[in-house]
Design a protein around this ligand. Structure first.
Ligand SMILES: C[S@@+](CC[C@H](N)C(=O)[O-])C[C@H]1O[C@@H](n2cnc3c(N)ncnc32)[C@H](O)[C@@H]1O
Length: 244
């Protein structure tokens, strides 16, 4: 199975967009879309923390690599950034674009289908690059970081929120949300990630361990998922198998 198949095998874009339009005829807000389009630990708050590391005055043009269904993109677009989302899963880009249209943000949030290994962008054309739970799918991460360096302007920024390899990685069982099997999971330890960033020529300003927050968030989510009455109106189960 290709990575795109893992993510889009149960996705029917028209059906999801139809249901969103039906629930929110005046257009959904990014809060309302969050259960559907923030496919990472920590939801909206995690995306807000990432954006808090950037300034839309000094770094307005952002590239979100592995943008998925585009939750962070619309949140950032509303905060004044010009967003370009890039994803290898074409179905997600199609969904992302449709959601931006429903939210009235399509003029500030564009997306393209491409592989992070070969960014179809000019040198120094971006002010900042973001990854949120997408680097973990990338086998040749050193080459991806080189591509980021190439498309970033000289004082550009790279911002990542990633799952890293812990001390018991060999005990990990599949499927995990980002991969059906080991073929598409490429976790690195925090130390390896730091080294790779430095080898690619990045200077590390912040390196924050969010593990405690992530575990607490996951426990809260589990509690919500088991309370039928509190289930969100929109649900990622519309297009992700229950194994996700
Ligand atoms: C777990 S999802 C996260 C989506 C989004 N960043 C979010 O937080 O909601 C990972 C995304 O990375 C994308 N991706 C993985 N490898 C990629 C690559 N080499 N190039 C572009 N996109 C990639 C996948 O298609 C998927 O949409």
């Amino acid at each position: 199975m290709t990575l795109a198949q893992h993510y889009q095998q149960h996705l029917s874009v028209d059906s999801v967009l139809g249901q969103v339009a039906e629930h929110y005829p005046d257009g959904p807000t990014f809060f309302q879309l969050a259960p559907l389009d923030q496919l990472h630990i920590g939801g909206i708050k995690a995306s807000a923390r990432l954006m808090g590391l950037l300034d839309s005055q000094t770094h307005p043009r952002l590239l979100d690599i592995g943008a998925g269904a585009g939750g962070l993109m619309r949140q950032a677009a509303e905060a004044g950034f010009e967003m370009l989302g890039l994803d290898i899963t074409h179905g997600f880009n199609h969904l992302n674009q449709g959601l931006s249209q429903l939210a009235g943000l399509e003029h500030r949030a564009h997306c393209i289908t491409a592989d992070a290994l070969n960014l179809p962008l000019a040198d120094a054309s971006m002010d900042a690059v973001l990854f949120q739970h997408s680097f973990l799918n990338m086998p040749d991460s050193a080459a991806v970081l080189n591509e980021c360096r190439r498309v970033l302007r000289p004082d550009g920024k790279l911002v990542m929120h990633e799952v890293v390899r812990g001390p018991h990685a060999n005990a990990m069982r599949y499927p995990v949300p980002w991969a059906s099997d080991a073929q598409h999971s490429h976790l690195e330890s925090a130390d390896q990630l730091r080294q790779q960033l430095e080898q690619a020529g990045f200077h590390i300003d912040h390196f924050i361990d969010w593990s405690d927050d992530a575990l607490a968030w996951r426990q809260r989510q589990r509690a919500k998922e088991t309370q039928q009455s509190r289930q969100a109106v929109l649900s990622p189960s519309w297009f992700l198998v229950s194994a996700f």
